[in-house]
Write a protein that binds this ligand. Structure first.
Ligand code: HPA
Length: 276
């Protein structure tokens, strides 16, 4: 069996046959936010299906391409769509694209996601800086033999969300005139949305947002010593807080409606992250 490191070498070799870019910043585009990648300069798009070890997603709203190019003068690689654990992929596959960005040499990765809001005073469409997370997915991408070529057996998670990138995000949002919430993201396996009792539990645990992604990628990236920042689009108030039942099409619709604001924040954030 090949190691993760050998698999990453194979993925990177296939990328190198198509593009010679040296991205500085990686971006993971969540639900409804994929079109950001189509706006980057000098775009080279590689479907995940054309690269070894990258799984493809069947979820509506999640195109699957690795996109290379520039935002301003910052060379970037964007994951246009991601796969989720609930789709049934092994967790190593779920984080393989993020690890590929790390192996390509990015120093920072900016993660976006759609999330439910746990604070009744928030509104769908609010944007939230992730300050920390709760891993409630019941698994971890680092389970199994540690590949020391990637990182240590017991990675520190004290500053999983890099303080400098958080400052950059706050400054970027101010620069483009978009207001930001701040909070802890609870990562759950899904694919069911939560019950109202689960939402009460998450609130008691100190979470402000809940979603079904991000946590595995952040863990895999921190293992590889990549700086991480994350931005949630609060697409709905969570179950029991919202007066209505939850529906994926509404999640997508809100993410789509906030796409321009998010793209402006992300563009300004990338400029700052590119200087780190
Ligand atoms: N719960 C979990 N994941 C989500 C939600 C939610 O309310 N909204 C968007 N992703």
């Amino acid at each position: 069996m090949t190691t993760i490191s050998e698999q990453l070498d194979e993925t990177v070799k296939a990328i190198r046959e198509r593009v010679s870019a040296s991205p500085k910043v990686g971006v993971i585009l969540g639900s409804g936010l994929g079109p950001f990648a189509d706006g980057i300069a000098d775009l080279v798009k590689i479907p995940y299906g054309e690269l070894p070890h990258l799984p493809t997603s069947a979820v509506v709203g999640h195109a699957g391409n690795l996109c290379f190019g520039r935002v301003g003068d910052v060379p970037v690689v964007c994951m246009q769509g991601r796969v989720h654990l609930y789709e049934g992929h092994p967790i190593a596959s779920v984080v393989h694209a993020a690890r590929t960005m790390a192996r390509l040499g990015v120093s920072s990765v900016l993660v976006t996601n759609a999330a439910g809001g746990l604070d009744a005073s928030w509104s769908p469409g609010d944007l939230m800086m992730v300050t920390d997370h709760l891993n409630l997915m019941g698994t971890n991408p680092l389970i199994g033999p540690n590949d020391a070529a990637l990182g240590p057996r017991f990675p520190d998670m004290t500053t999983a969300y890099d303080p400098g990138l958080r400052d950059d995000l706050a400054a970027a949002a101010t620069e483009v005139g978009v207001s930001l919430r701040k909070g802890v993201y609870a990562g759950l396996l899904g694919p069911t949305y939560e019950t109202p009792a689960e939402i009460r539990m998450l609130r008691a645990m100190g979470a402000q947002a809940v979603g079904m992604s991000t946590v595995p990628e952040v863990i895999a990236l921190r293992h590889m010593k990549v700086k991480v920042g994350a931005l949630s689009c609060i697409t709905n108030l969570a179950a029991g807080i919202s007066a209505t039942e939850l529906d994926h099409s509404e999640v997508e619709e809100t993410a789509r409606a906030k796409r321009d604001d998010l793209a402006r924040v992300l563009g300004a954030w990338i400029q700052r992250a590119g200087k780190r």
